[in-house]
Ligand binder design. Structure first.
Ligand SMILES: [Zn+2]
Length: 161
């Protein structure tokens, strides 16, 4: 997916997540959208920094980087929600494109993708981005409304649940 697709995905996900977390559609929903909007967009843009520094779809497209971003809210009490932007970037690259990403880099160079993805410059790229965003929102709703009783309180707190 190109930068435009990742930004649109993050923007739509932030709006949808606002309603998943605060479904009333009131001022608190707007406040939640504002709280997640910038961190999600920044996180969604971060992995493609490796187009200029490192190997694209490897250096910043792996589970090690996701672990580091996930650790920031735990150890430094900042960058909350950036991890979700990175996750949505990975999901869009894996499900929405033909190439995939090297999730296990630097241990393994192989890129993992999904057979239904489209090329980055396809006329269906936006449709694929919307489908992936809808899928992500369904998963987010399940995580927010079904999973919390099964999580340790510290994990739920870091995830913002
Ligand atoms: Zn990418």
């Amino acid at each position: 997916m190109n930068k435009r697709g990742h930004v649109l995905n993050a923007v739509l996900l932030a709006i949808g997540l606002g309603f998943v977390l605060e479904p009333a559609g009131d001022l608190e929903t707007l406040r939640t959208i504002a709280a997640v909007f910038v961190p999600l967009v920044l996180g969604a843009l971060f992995p493609d920094v490796d187009t200029h520094f490192g190997k694209h779809r490897k250096t910043l497209h792996n589970l090690l980087v996701l672990g580091v971003v996930l650790a920031y809210p735990l150890y430094f009490a900042n960058l909350r929600w950036v991890w979700l932007g990175v996750v949505t970037h990975y999901v869009l690259d894996i499900l929405g494109t033909t190439r995939g990403i090297a999730l296990l880099y630097p241990l393994w160079d192989e890129e993992f993708g999904f057979p239904l993805g489209v090329s980055v410059d396809s006329t269906y790229a936006n449709v694929m981005m919307l489908a992936v965003t809808g899928f992500e929102l369904v998963i987010a709703a399940g995580i927010v409304h079904v999973l919390p009783p099964y999580l340790p309180p510290e994990v739920a707190s870091v995830l913002g649940l």
